[in-house]
Design a protein around this ligand. Sequence first.
Ligand code: DAH
Length: 344
Amino acid sequence: MLKQLETIYTNALNELDTITDSDTLTIWFRQHLGKKGEITLALRSTADLPKEERAAFGQRANVIKNDLTAQYEAREDLIRQQELARNLEEGAIDVTLPGRRIPTGGLHPATQTLREIYAIWADMGFQVFRSRDVEDDDTNFTLLNIPPHHPARDMWDTFHVATPGVILRTHTSPGQIRAMHAYGENGTKPVRVILPGMCYRYEQISARSEIQFNQVEGLAVGHNIRMTDLKGTLAEFARRLFGADKRVRFRGSYFPFTEPSIEVDVECILCEGQGCPVCKYTGWLEIAGAGMVHPVVLQNGGYDPTQWSGFAFGLGPERSTMLKHGIKDIRYFWGNDLRFLEQF
Ligand code: DAH
């Protein structure tokens, strides 16, 4: 019995010497000193020995148990220190390394231009009115003096929704009707708004035309608003957006909702009027359609056209963004290609 005990003791000590991690150490403890461990069982079996052997065996077993416990604790300390040292080494931080760059987003180039445009019009007393993207046929066309079957409807290729009479707006002009009703108080109050937003047209997508694009509509309704107000205001806008030295010109045109109607050109910002491929060698770039609000439209907005007048305009901000940055293809705008977007 005693010999067996000594063997257990020697083996246990030898094993303990090779243990270097706390998991194995726990297993070792369970095997030798735990409730069902070899030493514990040996101590418990003392009672089964012949009387004369009991005292010596019990004494020796206790000495062994105490020694193993002490050795175990020493080992545990050592392993804990080693593990701590290892953790410190593995988790070491080199504080001299450069930090990792946090990726930050940026504003879409179209948004940047829109914000510049808002700021300029805000300076001149125009507030932003957000009209709806999904329009009804009446507001998009009829109330703007474009009756059903009128050939002028061909100017806008329209996306129709399954519900009859519901369309995606083809331009921001229907917002004029909504703004007059929202702010005009039945034709008794003046209105000065810009209406920015997405427009949709069922068109062949190409480098020059997309099926969706932004417009910024403008509307001023008041007493004695005249063509000269429109010209002066748009000229000032163009100079603020494109540069104070730029010349602006107005050409007669046709839109059903304005009378008279004009188109607004600014001196080519690339060749400064000398003529280049961008301005198709004319020296001029078209930036807006505009005109004096048609009496029928004023009436549809709740105003008496004999007492009130107004001007309106429609700008294409993507066009000016393309000009400004030399973007050759409008499809980049909504392609969401980061290689394009990250340049702005
Ligand atoms: N709605 C026109 C278009 O999409 C642009 C336009 C022209 C707007 C003249 C106006 C305007 O307000 O007066 O082609």
